[in-house]
Write a protein that binds this ligand. Structure first.
Ligand SMILES: Nc1nc2c(c(=O)[nH]1)N[C@H]1C(S)=C(S)[C@@H](COP(=O)(O)OP(=O)(O)OC[C@H]3O[C@@H](n4cnc5c(=O)[nH]c(N)nc54)[C@H](O)[C@@H]3O)O[C@H]1N2
Ligand SMILES: Nc1nc2c(c(=O)[nH]1)N[C@H]1C(S)=C(S)[C@@H](COP(=O)(O)OP(=O)(O)OC[C@H]3O[C@@H](n4cnc5c(=O)[nH]c(N)nc54)[C@H](O)[C@@H]3O)O[C@H]1N2
Ligand code: SF4
Ligand SMILES: [Mo]
Length: 761
């Protein structure tokens, strides 16, 4: 007898509903859930193979600890005892900052990551908190923090109603969307054009998304800042500024911005971007004239040299063309859970000890981690805890980071695999399979193109003695506060719930009425773990029952009763209420960004760069660094080729299928050439996340699959100076047929030229 479990796919930001047919705990089939209120049956190849991911024989089922050099199986008690002893030794000898933590991308996709990392970070009491954000979207958090006062208030395209969508540096037909949660983005983009809307894609490559757009502009990598500045300048100088009516009295600093943008004439930007001045002007006009238009920037804009300023310009252009916080434009979602009222955004409250990179959203840029490990002195990092992260694959100057991590006194990984990073671990604590965990999207509900809520209970039970991932994280938090092992998990969880309840009671925006924290906890006392926290957050949230005050309002039970999700309707205008700036207005004249525009101006005037630059790409059937072990996904194909245009290949003496050495200032890798007509001349492309075949890695399929680690080529000192986010696109490289001699000098990019911005100093 089989049964069907209805669940939200946890693999990417699209949050598709899945109907999973199970025989016992074995997955028989995965289909899109046709009744899902948001995804209506859509799924991609990764979702379809969720069962294969869970069944992967290399996925760890029990903890591993290092004994006599080898990672051997151990009981949970042994593993946590070892963590407790070794962690307290490092902290006693070197202080709390000697322990760094790195949180990877999957934390945004698990309830454990979303709800239990915060108490863990608090308990570790270290400044060395890093995450995949600083190789991804950190610039967007900062630009939104500066503009709207809240780094988590990120406007998203109102894609189902927009009449013109301009995508810069995003490929949603492959990535399925990011900072824009929308299942079936391919279908939504097709529908946009079917109803007469225009899709413009700005990307150095004619991607799948670009190929099906009305217009594709093959921009020179790293110059989106100039393009957007010239668009904004056109709007200002031609007197086309059209702030939406409800925001007219809520924008400060526009004159200063207009002044600063004055040098960015379309004619000045055009040669640098490789886009005609007349096209730039036309885009400005179209954005103003179209009723409901939206500019959207993704990884090709954030993981660049001007990440923050580009991200800021995206929203400034949306604002001045009349498209911010209006239907069809860029809008702010209203998720079902209480998100917390926020104090006005501040950053640079502390800096990386060695590189001086600024703190933002409580983290330091991971680009600084190597120097923190390598450089002796007070506060030197001596231990690393990774939670769902693979920094050796994902962050700059990988070879050097790999060696640095190898030199640490202690490495702990909460991870299901022994991969490039966790092979250095002294203790690995594996989470259960995804189907053994409950799921609800908090992060992505706040980035969703429609307000939707759904909850998935576990589809399969935990194995005997196995811990859920939240239990692992709460145990680590308890250990870090000095609790004795074995950890009283329920006791530690009570502390987390009590802290959340106390925070809700203090928060004027939370719908807690006259209840005190104890009373709130009583209403959810039948629950534990994430479910208790979720119930509190939903009941205190904007659609919540207010703990009884609004009997028809949402509770977790009400959401559980609707496995296909609850549609809370299209996005609605949320400003000025959702602003958290000190002035209560949109503050456009952020000092850090205006100063960075001067750097952009210089870039505009600089001579056209010579030589090749490297960008990244994603593949529909892979997920960053950790899905390559499922043979049914990669299908044995070599997905890690270097794509080169025919002209550039000829110049380098290369033909399709040749072995090529790619050299940057930092390192070199050797891979296979794939001739690709879709790239802009001068641009080559290599995906990230490969290069698994390293000593100690236990990924049988991925190790055989080949591929190289593209981050061997990226430079830890090349960062967006405002945010410290790593530059992962636009890396100067040279190609030589494999086996040929060393390349000539390769220019440096990024921060080496400009020191990081210091805020408030
Ligand atoms: N199948 C699949 N889906 C994924 C992932 C995956 O690994 N596989 N990863 C997930 C993650 S973690 C993320 S963050 C998202 C990313 O989601 P997206 O940003 O939509 O995906 P990318 O393919 O990285 O797209 C970046 C695009 O920027 C272009 N680009 C590079 N440099 C520049 C530049 O300077 N300017 C402009 N305008 N464009 C540039 C690249 O050619 C590329 O097409 O995808 C998510 N979804
Ligand atoms: N050159 C270059 N580098 C890039 C990018 C690029 O485009 N180009 N993209 C960047 C981006 S956008 C991102 S988000 C980062 C990603 O960087 P990371 O988050 O460091 O890398 P992932 O490959 O997502 O690795 C996730 C890790 O989590 C583990 N894992 C999977 N599921 C779970 C789970 O449920 N729980 C736990 N605890 N662990 C789990 C996996 O085994 C893996 O070790 O990479 C960045 N690096
Ligand atoms: S698009 Fe994303 S959420 Fe949907 S099935 Fe694929 S991986 Fe899962
Ligand atoms: Mo990402």
């Amino acid at each position: 007898m089989t049964r069907t479990a209805i669940r939200t796919c946890p693999l990417c930001e699209a949050t598709c509903g899945l109907a999973i047919e199970l025989d016992g705990d074995r997955v028989v089939s995965v289909r899109g859930d046709g009744q899902d209120v948001f995804s209506a049956g859509y799924l991609c190849p990764k979702g379809a193979l969720l069962g294969d991911l869970d069944a992967d024989p290399d996925r760890l089922r029990t903890p591993r600890i290092r004994r006599d050099g080898d990672l051997v199986e151990a009981s949970w008690e042994e593993a946590f005892d070892l963590v407790a002893t070794r962690l307290s030794t490092v902290r006693a000898e070197h202080g709390n900052d000697a322990v760094a933590i790195y949180l990877g991308n999957p934390n945004a996709h698990t309830l454990a990551g979303q709800l239990y990392n915060r108490p863990l970070i608090k308990a570790l009491a270290t400044r060395n908190v890093h995450s995949a954000s600083s190789v991804d979207q950190l610039p967007k958090h900062i630009s939104c923090g500066l503009l709207f006062g809240d780094p988590l208030a990120i406007p998203v395209p109102d894609i189902d109603r927009t009449e013109m969508l301009v995508i810069l540096g995003g490929n949603p037909r492959v990535s399925n969307g990011s900072l824009m949660t929308a299942p079936d983005l391919p279908g939504r983009l097709t529908e946009l054009r079917r109803r007469g809307g225009r899709l413009v894609v700005i990307d150095p490559k004619r991607t799948r998304t670009a190929a099906r757009a009305d217009e594709h502009l093959a921009i020179r990598p790293g110059t989106d800042v100039l393009l957007l500045a010239a668009i904004a300048r056109t709007v200002f100088t031609e007197d086309l500024v059209a702030i939406p009516g409800h925001l007219q009295d809520h924008v400060v600093g526009l004159d200063e911005v207009a002044q600063t943008l004055a040098p960015f004439t379309p004619a000045a930007a055009a040669p640098a971007c490789g886009i005609d001045a007349s096209t730039i002007q036309r885009m400005a006009h179209d954005l103003v004239r179209t009723d409901g238009a939206c500019v959207y920037g993704r990884l090709g804009t954030t993981a660049t040299d001007f990440g923050t300023t580009t991200s800021w310009l995206v929203d400034v252009v949306n604002l001045i063309t009349g498209n911010l916080d209006v239907p069809g434009g860029a809008m702010f979602p209203r998720p079902a859970h209480h998100r917390g009222s926020r104090r006005p955004f501040r950053m640079n409250r502390w800096q990386s000890r060695v590189t001086g990179l600024p703190e933002a959203i409580g983290e330091l840029p991971v680009a600084g981690l190597i120097d923190e490990i390598e450089t002796p002195g007070d506060g030197q990092v001596r231990a690393l805890l990774t939670v769902g992260g693979n920094p050796v694959a994902s962050t700059p100057d990988s070879e050097r980071l790999d060696a640095a991590i190898g030199s640490l006194n202690l490495v702990i990984s909460v991870d299901p695999y022994i991969n490039a990073t966790s092979r250095h671990a002294d203790v690995i604590l594996p989470p259960p399979a995804t189907l053994q965990r409950s799921h609800m999207d908090l992060s992505f509900a706040a980035l969703s193109v429609r307000n939707v809520v759904n909850y998935s209970p576990p589809a399969c039970a935990l194995d005997p003695g196995q811990l859920d991932e939240w239990e692992i994280l709460v145990s680590l938090a308890a250990i870090a506060t000095g609790a004795p092992t074995p950890i009283d998990i329920d006791g530690a969880d009570d502390v987390v719930a009590a802290q959340l309840a106390a925070g809700l009671v203090r928060d004027p925006a939370a719908a807690t009425g006259d209840l005190d924290a104890d009373a709130l906890l009583q209403t959810v006392e039948h629950r534990r773990g994430p479910e208790r926290l979720l119930d509190l957050l939903v009941r205190a949230g904007p659609y919540g029952d207010g703990f009884g005050a609004e009997p028809d309002g949402l509770t977790l039970a009400a959401i559980e009763a609707r496995p296909h999700g609850i549609d809370l309707g299209p996005l609605t205008s949320r400003l000025p209420d959702a602003l958290s700036t000190a002035s209560g207005n949109i503050e456009v004249a952020a000092e850090a960004v205006l100063a960075d525009l001067e750097r952009a101006r210089q870039r505009c005037e600089a001579a056209e760069p010579q030589g090749l630059v490297l960008i990244g790409r994603r593949h529909l059937r892979t997920n960053n660094s950790w899905s390559h072990n499922v043979a049914a996904l990669t299908k044995g194909q070599d997905l890690c080729t270097l794509q080169v245009t025919p002209g550039d290949a000829e110049d380098a003496g290369l033909t399709d299928g040749d072995s090529v050495t790619v050299r940057s200032r930092i390192g070199s890798v050797t891979t296979t050439v794939e001739i690709c007509e879709d790239l802009r001349q001068g641009v080559v492309s290599l995906p990230h996340g490969f290069g698994h075949d390293l000593a100690g890695v236990e990924l049988a399929v991925a190790c055989r699959g080949g591929g190289v680690n593209s981050n061997v080529l990226t430079d830890r000192h090349a960062v967006d100076p405002v945010s410290g986010n790593a530059v992962l696109n636009g890396i100067p490289v040279e190609l030589t047929p494999a086996g040929a001699g060393d390349g000539a000098d390769i220019p440096r990019i990024g921060r080496s030229a400009t020191p990081p911005m210091r805020f408030g100093l």
